[in-house]
Write a protein that binds this ligand. Sequence first.
Ligand code: SF4
Length: 119
Amino acid sequence: MGKKLVIVTCITCPQSCAIELVKTKDDYEVSGNKCKKGKEYAIQEVTNPMRSITTTVKTIFKDFPRLPVKTDKEIPLNDTFLFMEEINSVLVKERLKPGDIVLKGIRNMDINLVATFGL
Ligand code: SF4
């Protein structure tokens, strides 16, 4: 039986290396990456992919009913729905500027939701 090959495009920098991973008994054989960051990214991507959440939340302001926001750290991709449940319950009641914290400690973790636009 052949070894399973996975190809991941590294998004860490604009070079966008196509990285090949082959699972070994205890690790991965990695090729195609031009630097070590690519190896770390590719292994993370196949074992526990991480993403930032970028979305909008409701506000009380008629002139600006939705505020663009993002998480200030990446979260496990598989937990996106759990994070969105909490984010969807947010109602912004004060005028904010970009970078202000909208929701602190999402899911009791050291991850905040911040405004990416001013109200
Ligand atoms: S492997 Fe290195 S050089 Fe290639 S895209 Fe990733 S960070 Fe950039």
